[in-house]
Design a protein around this ligand. Structure first.
Ligand SMILES: [Cu+2]
Length: 151
C-alpha cells in the first residue's frame, strides 16, 4: 500500500506542469550556405483545452525571428507578410508551418547555415510554457527566399 502511494506521488511529481504544446517535424531551411536568412518550419498541436497563440520564437542562430505568412497577390506574385500577433492554435488543433505557407523567418544569422548542423529554438506561447527543441538545419539552393534585399 505504501509503495503504491509512493509510486503515485512520484508519477505526479514527474508529470510536466503544463506541457500543453506538442511540437513535431521541426526543421530550419536556408537557401544555401550564403543565405542571409533562413526559415523554420514545424507543427504545433495544442493538447490543452485553452485557446492559445504562438507569439514568438527565439534562437541563438538569428538576431531576429519573425512570424510570417506567405500569400499570393492577384498578379501572381508571392510575398511574405509579418504576423506580429502570432498564430492562433485552438484546443486540439495543429498549427502547420511549412514552405509556401506560415513560417518563422530567421534574420541576421549569427553563423552560416550548414547542412546537417543543428540549432536550438524556443517557441513562445501566450499561455503555454515555452518549448525548446533542437532542430536540424538544411540548406536548399533555390529554396526559401524573398528577404535577400534586407541588408
Ligand atoms: Cu518570411
Amino acid at each position: 500500500m505504501i509503495r503504491t502511494t509512493l509510486a503515485f506521488l512520484l508519477a505526479l511529481a514527474a508529470a510536466p506542469a503544463a506541457a500543453q504544446m506538442q511540437v513535431e517535424h521541426a526543421t530550419i531551411s536556408a537557401a544555401g550556405p550564403m543565405a542571409q536568412a533562413a526559415a523554420a518550419y514545424f507543427t504545433v498541436t495544442n493538447t490543452s483545452d485553452t485557446a492559445d497563440r504562438l507569439v514568438g520564437v527565439t534562437t541563438g542562430l538569428a538576431a531576429m525571428a519573425e512570424l510570417h505568412r506567405t500569400e499570393e497577390t492577384d498578379d501572381g506574385l508571392v510575398r511574405m507578410v509579418p504576423e506580429p500577433d502570432g498564430f492562433a492554435i485552438e484546443p486540439g488543433e495543429t498549427l502547420v508551418l511549412e514552405q509556401g505557407g506560415r513560417h518563422v523567418m530567421l534574420m541576421g544569422l549569427s553563423e552560416r547555415p550548414e547542412d546537417g548542423a543543428e540549432a536550438e529554438i524556443t517557441l513562445q506561447f501566450e499561455h503555454a510554457d515555452p518549448v525548446t527543441l533542437t532542430v536540424p538545419v538544411t540548406t536548399i539552393l533555390g529554396g526559401h527566399s524573398g528577404h535577400d534585399s534586407d541588408g
